[in-house]
Design a protein around this ligand. Structure first.
Ligand SMILES: *Cc1c(COP(=O)(O)O)cnc(C)c1O
Length: 354
């Protein structure tokens, strides 16, 4: 029996996407070969890669606006380094909103001067930093749009002329937004986009050739993009599965459609967290993530009772990250609202029992 999968990542994907991917492993589109045994330079795979790139830009509203999409390896973690390699000439500003931002800062420091222009570390990252000054002498500002571990998400962006760079690993394709506000953004696929093993990078062409250092080919956005994401052998299975998921998003109303559904889903879980006297939300209400809802028990004494309830309800992956404790309901695009209702029912049953 399928579980209700609240895992933070690798995470839930639509059933039809998983079935389509499984089918293609056996045989791709009646060509007499498996997806994972054809050349990445075959016409079949080239078409897959091209559609994945163009559909990404189309969904993000960036088609014909001077942007390129590419699929790389090394996860968001390599992008922490690669973004700085390509864009950091003198000085960059970083907003520290959690564990992943902290890691991005550490890597960027290898390449140049990094100013932590704001941080929410004092509150154990339970909010998005706001109300800080931004100087204009920065090469770019880096931020993390959704903080997977702490359950916070930017609802609006800092007001600045400085180019914005973002790690969108856990909320890419989750909402409609003016993505042209960013010069560069990236997302490891395994949260809201596909299986692990591939990272989507979207970059404005004007961001090429921004630095004087020599950039190794594998780390050079222009080299990777000019090679059509095939400077080296791309991970064909994750790219294909991402493409199936992008098509699924189109079928479900694009970013507007999934965004509205995500709002409804988030409201369902947060309303229960706020209503139920036994729980408290972790993140500041204004900054709550629509992708990862973090919450704790007010009194941990009854944890076993609640844990037994949701385990028996066939729920999986609800345990919070060790740095927050409690619970984290990751409710990405593919999470059906019915599964969130099952969790809410457990929380109400717990209230009656405890
Ligand atoms: C999971 C995650 C990462 C790390 O991704 P990898 O693909 O494992 O490198 C980085 N940033 C955010 C926001 C994440 O959620």
């Amino acid at each position: 029996m399928r579980k209700h999968n609240f895992s933070a990542g690798p995470a839930i994907l639509p059933q039809e996407v998983i079935q389509g991917a499984a089918k293609a492993v056996l045989e791709l589109d009646n060509i007499g070969l498996s997806l994972i045994e054809i050349s990445h330079r075959s016409n079949e795979f080239k078409a897959i890669m091209e559609e994945a790139c163009s559909l990404s830009l189309q969904l993000l509203g960036l088609e014909g606006k001077g942007y390129r999409a590419m699929f790389l390896q090394g996860g968001a973690s390599l992008q922490f380094l690669m973004s700085a390699y390509n864009l950091l000439e003198k000085k960059a500003g970083y907003i520290n909103s959690g564990t992943w931002s902290t890691k991005a800062i550490k890597e960027a420091k290898l390449l140049g001067e990094v100013v932590e222009i704001a941080s929410s570390k004092d509150g154990n990252f339970n909010h998005i930093p706001k109300g800080f000054k931004i100087s204009n002498d920065l090469d770019y500002i880096h931020l993390t749009t959704n903080n997977t571990i702490f359950g916070t998400q930017y609802k609006s962006l800092p007001d600045t002329e400085v180019p914005l760079v973002a790690d969108m690993s856990s909320d890419i394709f989750s909402r409609s937004f003016d993505y042209s506000k960013f010069d560069l953004f990236y997302a490891g696929a395994q949260k809201n986009l596909g299986p692990s093993g591939v990272t989507l990078v979207v970059i404005k062409e004007s961001s090429f050739n921004k630095v004087s250092r020599v950039i190794p080919s594998m780390l050079n956005y222009q080299v990777q993009s000019d090679a059509g994401s095939m400077f080296n052998t791309p991970p064909v299975f994750p790219v294909y599965t991402v493409l199936l998921n992008l098509r699924w998003i189109v079928k479900n109303g694009g970013l507007e459609g999934v965004g509205l559904e995500n709002e409804k889903k988030a409201a369902l879980i947060y309303n229960e967290i706020d209503r139920n006297p036994l729980f408290e939300g972790f993140a500041h209400a204004d900054d709550r993530s629509n992708m990862n809802a973090t919450y704790n028990l007010k009194d941990n004494q009854h944890a076993v009772v609640f844990d037994t309830l949701w385990n028996e309800a066939n729920i999986s992956g609800l345990k919070g990250h060790r740095s927050v404790g409690g619970y984290r309901a990751s409710i990405y695009n593919a999470m059906p609202i019915e599964s969130i209702q099952v969790l809410v029912d457990c929380m109400q049953e717990f209230e009656r029992k405890a």
